[in-house]
Ligand binder design. Structure first.
Ligand code: GLU
Length: 290
């Protein structure tokens, strides 16, 4: 009996020592309980315990800064999921404002580690950076004042009488040029959507065009003042921008997204943010591992 008890204690002690050694090893070589390849971006970020994220600061539901220093929204939550998978707490994320026009620049210039900012995946952008995702599909739409019945879709700009605002460096700013009669007099471009919303409010323009979900955020926030005019007329698959040559990091983020699609974190992130503004999340997209 006594012999048996001593033997059991010895076995427990051996197991404890083994576990400690194992934990110690993994701390040095793989970064705690995270098993990242040596030299990978994931390992570097985990070791540094800091993630630099570019996002929007003025888009309700996706990335908006309120009274605190931390932005809130669906994109912010997606970034937090990635940070969590890197073993980095949300409090260690460094948020940088990344308006539409500067998104490729902040990635190329290494000001951020990734961009999650209502960022449509397209080939022109892929010449400078790479995208993980998509993690959502939006579509371009038009926002007008609630009592305006004269604009019903992009064709309403064809006669040259209506003015529209969008943001420099965005896909909707390019797309709407196909519909306006005279770009110079009809299209106003600012660096952020807040400025477009203000221009619509003051009557400087008749409409704002960008992704439906961004516009729905403004419509919800400025209750009763604005509405959508018509249906979506493009597809805007949202991706996460990373450095062009970092295929490992891109692939790893794709796997994180797939995991979050499956385990409910993606849905929860949506429900707590942009999902409150009337847009559908839809089925989980298929990530594009190009
Ligand atoms: N998704 C579009 C884009 O990436 C419009 C939204 C934005 O400007 O962030 O250009």
């Amino acid at each position: 009996m006594r012999i048996k008890r001593v033997a059991t204690l010895a076995a427990v002690a051996a197991l404890t020592v083994g576990m400690a050694a194992c934990g110690g090893d993994s701390e040095e070589t793989t970064g705690g309980d995270k098993d990242f390849a040596a030299g990978s971006t994931m390992e570097k970020l985990h070791k540094a315990q800091k993630l630099r994220v570019g996002t929007k600061f003025d888009q309700p539901g996706f990335g908006q800064k309120g009274l605190t220093d931390t932005p809130e929204g669906f994109d912010v939550e997606v970034a937090k999921i990635i940070a969590d998978e890197l073993g980095i707490p949300a409090s260690k994320i460094e948020w940088t404002e990344a308006p539409s026009k500067v998104r490729e620049d902040v990635i190329v210039n290494d000001n951020v580690d990734l961009v999650v900012a209502t960022y449509t995946i397209n080939d022109a952008r892929k010449e400078r950076i790479a995208f993980a995702g998509p993690y959502y599909e939006a579509g371009q739409n038009i926002m007008v004042k609630a009592d305006d019945a004269s604009i019903t879709g992009p064709d309403s700009f064809k006669d040259g009488s209506k003015k529209v605002c969008s943001v420099t460096g965005s896909t909707p700013a390019e797309e709407i040029k196909k519909y306006v009669k005279d770009v110079g007099s009809q299209l106003t471009l600012f660096d952020t959507y807040d400025k477009c919303r203000d221009a619509l409010r003051s009557g400087q323009v008749d409409a704002v065009t960008t992704d439906n979900v961004i516009l729905l955020g403004y419509i919800a926030k400025d209750e009763g003042e604005f509405k959508l005019a018509g249906e979506n007329f493009t597809k805007e698959p949202y991706g996460i921008g990373v450095k062009k040559d970092d295929a490992d990091f891109r692939d790893w983020i794709n796997t994180v997204l797939e995991k979050a699609f499956e385990d409910g974190r993606w849905q929860k992130a949506w429900d707590n943010t942009a999902g409150k503004f009337g847009a559908e999340l839809g089925a989980a997209p298929t990530v594009n591992r190009y």
